[in-house]
Design a protein around this ligand. Structure first.
Ligand SMILES: Nc1ncnc2c1ncn2[C@@H]1O[C@H](COP(=O)(O)OP(=O)(O)OP(=O)(O)O)[C@@H](O)[C@H]1O
Ligand SMILES: [Mg+2]
Length: 400
């Protein structure tokens, strides 16, 4: 798929912009802080309802504006779809598809598919579990958009269950509070198991694509493999919330069978019940799980070199592209490469160029066009002070 036209209003540093994007490679060039990342962030937000830079959406609304709008004409197999998203500072966000309002904003998920690779992705390999959960969950939702609802149900139940546990801790666990807790447990187990099963299933589907992507980018004979570590299987009872050390003790879950996972979940909840009442917080479930990114026989985190970690992060995104191409009906997702060429050596630049050049639409941001391999310079846009202008021709940018 590709985006034919993008309109932004009061989005980040854009007052208003109309951009006629082209199929193939679109290169956005301009000095630092002009709005290149902001532009691609708008497309990413339309496709995942999340940003690679911030949690929440308020920073996306232009300073001193009450409302931002992103509008995109997406095209696939000669069919055009107009997707519009309105972000409001003080009221609920709204979305429209082909001019008709949709009941929930998340109903636009699955219309525009995109995969972004940015320097921040190194965090997936090197940092805490939150980054890896975000990676896998975003992909789950792109492949199976109905999961947006499952995640939001799980979060709602988790929040309410935590409130109940906190109250129980303050007032002392009594009969009625405990039976309410049992009811919440059922919903937690049901939604949580669905999420865990989807993650295991997706990791399995991603595996061949990851292998291929890593081999082509790193030209190393090292096999990348993802394992799902689950709090349902840890032997030690978790001690706290968001405490990274706990995760070390968790074990790998291999089944994607819902019933099996539900049984494990229910046993584990029973085992940690006293601890949960003592701490006032839900200690097991997908919100506590992690992915272990293996490279050969060692985890990448803590062992892989800087260059290997980069290749791993890039391979995760390239594998995501291949997976979405195989599993969705919208063909190639839009590939966004935000500021990556400046960070790659000549060999990796050339290999990356070779791998992405054939994608239906690619958006590349760079401060200077010289960092981008010349075979990727097709349509050029100059970005300055939140304004976008079309470059004269490819030769102009390539020659500086
Ligand atoms: N909500 C907002 N309202 C107004 N301006 C904003 C908002 N959010 C970000 N900006 C401005 O946008 C600019 C950053 O734009 P962006 O990140 O797109 O730069 P860039 O062109 O990608 O630069 P670089 O080459 O350094 O990556 C900053 O000057 C920032 O102050
Ligand atoms: Mg940028």
């Amino acid at each position: 798929m590709f985006i034919k036209h993008l309109s932004l209003a009061s989005f980040r540093n854009y007052q208003g912009a109309e951009i006629a994007l082209q199929p193939g490679v679109n290169l956005l060039v301009g000095p630092n802080g002009q709005g290149k990342t902001n532009l691609v962030e708008a497309i990413r937000y339309l496709s995942t309802l999340s940003s690679h830079r911030v949690a929440g959406y308020l920073p996306l609304i232009k300073q001193d504006s009450g409302q931002a709008a992103i509008r995109a004409m997406a095209s696939h197999a000669d069919r055009d779809i107009l997707v519009e998203l309105e972000l409001n500072r003080d009221s609920a966000n709204k979305a429209r598809v082909n001019k008709s309002p949709v009941p929930r904003v998340r109903d636009i998920l699955g219309i525009v598919n995109s995969v972004t690779f940015a320097p921040e992705d190194l965090d997936i390999v090197k940092r805490d579990p939150t980054n890896r959960r975000a990676f896998i969950d975003e992909l789950v939702v792109q492949v199976w958009p109905r999961f947006a609802g499952v995640y939001s149900d799980y979060e709602r139940v988790l929040k309410q269950r935590n409130t109940l546990l906190k109250t129980a801790r303050q007032t002392g666990a009594k009969g009625s509070a405990l039976s309410t807790l049992d009811a919440w447990d059922q919903s937690l187990i049901s939604y949580g198991s669905e999420i865990i099963a989807a993650r295991v299933d997706l990791v399995e589907r991603l595996r061949p694509h990851l292998f291929e992507a890593y081999q082509s980018i790193a030209i190393a004979n090292n096999e990348p493999r993802i394992l799902v570590k689950s709090s349902l299987l840890g032997t030690k009872i978790p001690s706290g919330w968001g405490d990274d050390d706990d995760v070390e003790d968790l074990e790998y879950i291999q089944t994607a069978d819902r019933a099996e996972i539900e049984a494990l979940y229910s046993d584990k909840l029973a085992a940690v019940r006293a601890k949960e009442l003592e701490r006032g917080i839900t200690l097991v479930g997908p919100h506590r799980d992690d992915l272990v990114l293996m490279l050969g026989s060692l985890p990448a985190k803590g062992y892989a070199s800087h260059g290997e970690s980069w290749s791993y992060a890039l391979a995760l995104r390239l594998a995501s592209i291949a997976l979405l191409r195989a599993e969705t009906r919208t063909g190639d997702p839009i590939l966004i490469l935000d500021d990556v060429f400046a960070e790659l050596d000549a060999g990796r630049r050339a290999r990356l160029a070779g791998m992405v050049a054939g994608n239906e639409q690619v958006l590349i941001t760079a401060a200077v066009a010289e960092d981008v391999p010349s075979e990727l310079i097709a349509t050029v846009f100059h970005v300055k002070h939140g304004e976008v202008s079309a470059g004269d021709n490819a030769g102009e940018a390539a020659n500086g």
